[in-house]
Write a protein that binds this ligand. Structure first.
Ligand code: ADP
Ligand code: MG
Length: 324
């Protein structure tokens, strides 16, 4: 199968929202008047972001999910995406699985594939997403103010737990691993929550490299500090029931490592004025996405961790950095 047959077979579908999809030199998008285009790219590299033998359907899902997560963080509605794919060879079973996972998530979000590039080389997947947001309403990292509440959606740390098990660093019972692995391989982009938080959150971002590191980007962009209650964040790992039953097996800092610096969570971290607590609860409810208040923004710079008694917790939890 040649390059163009491959594109026609696995990556071409009629578009409905875009003015022009796959097949010409450019795709054409038609954002509604008064809207801004939100654009983001994320690349997934074999051996770096995923194991070579990962289920291709899960990989197709994840490649798009991590990009949709960026739109969610900005409160943008998904419109379209492009796919730049480097493949070692034409493996039709792999392509069928990969495209199935990708299309299922694309359809669930009404996000159309409008173009891309296909080349031979080491397995590498780069998606660029385009979303729309009313002018001036995008959620940014720079809006956190002293006194704001800090929230995170969903659960934290399970993807890291699965990674540690897959790397052979820890052992988990099959059912616990299966659930954690689902979080690692099939993250849920929090698009409905991001949309519901427009006009409610003062700042937002998605948690991809670990909560503390990512939160520090919000703090820096906003020129503020924060304190985070680690007693609350420790309970956000979905496997917490198992971990507490197997307490002796894990270093006490292991749960903090997973929840505070785990990576691959693809949850939203956001801030909102305490005056907006009812509005945050309504956004959580309408988007069917749990959110938990984990701390407070302060004028004093730096990130402080406290335990259930409000006592400081020492930490050295570094987030993921490709070059460190
Ligand atoms: P060009 O020569 O202009 O770079 P290509 O020959 O690479 O275009 O691609 C032909 C058409 O197929 C273009 O419309 C391009 O956007 C689309 N395309 C290429 N690869 C992919 C892919 N992996 N997914 C979706 N569309 C693709
Ligand atoms: Mg061209």
């Amino acid at each position: 199968m040649g390059e163009f047959d491959l594109i026609a077979r696995y990556f071409t579908r009629p578009v409905r929202k875009a003015a022009l999809g796959v097949g010409d030199d450019c795709a054409l998008l038609a954002p509604a008047p008064g809207m801004q285009l939100a654009v983001s790219s994320d690349m997934l590299v074999e051996g770096r972001h995923f194991f070579a033998d990962v289920d291709p359907e899960a990989l197709g899902h994840k490649a798009l999910a991590v990009n949709l997560s960026d739109l969610a963080a900005c409160g943008a509605r998904p419109l379209a995406f492009t796919l730049a794919l480097s493949l070692p060879r034409v493996d039709e079973a792999w392509l069928a699985g990969f495209s199935r996972g990708m299309w299922a998530l694309a359809d669930a979000h009404g996000c159309e594939l409008v173009g891309g590039d296909t080349t031979q080389g080491p397995l590498n997947i780069c998606i660029t997403v385009f979303g729309e947001v009313p002018a001036g309403q995008a959620l940014l990292r720079s809006g956190a103010r002293p006194g704001d509440d800090i929230y995170v959606s969903g659960t934290l740390g399970d993807a890291r737990l699965a990674l540690e098990a897959l790397l052979g660093h820890i052992t988990l019972p099959d059912d616990v691993l299966a659930r954690a692995r689902q979080r690692l391989e099939r993250p849920t982009p929090r698009v409905p929550l991001g949309l519901a938080l427009r006009g409610v959150a003062s700042s937002a971002m998605d948690v991809s490299d670990g909560l503390l590191g990512d939160l520090s980007h919000i703090l820096k962009a906003s020129g503020v500090g924060a304190s985070i209650d680690t007693h609350i964040t420790s309970n956000l790992i979905a496997a917490s029931a198992y971990i507490s039953s197997a307490r002796g097996q894990f270093d006490p800092n292991f749960v903090h490592q997973c929840t505070l610096a785990g990576g691959d969570d693809y949850e939203l971290a956001f801030t909102a004025s305490p005056a907006r607590r009812t509005a945050v609860a309504a956004a959580s409810h309408s988007s069917n996405t749990p959110v938990t208040r984990i701390g407070t923004v302060s004028a004093e710079p730096g990130l402080r961790l406290v335990d259930a008694q409000g006592q400081p917790v020492q930490h050295r939890y570094a987030s993921f950095d490709h070059f460190q």
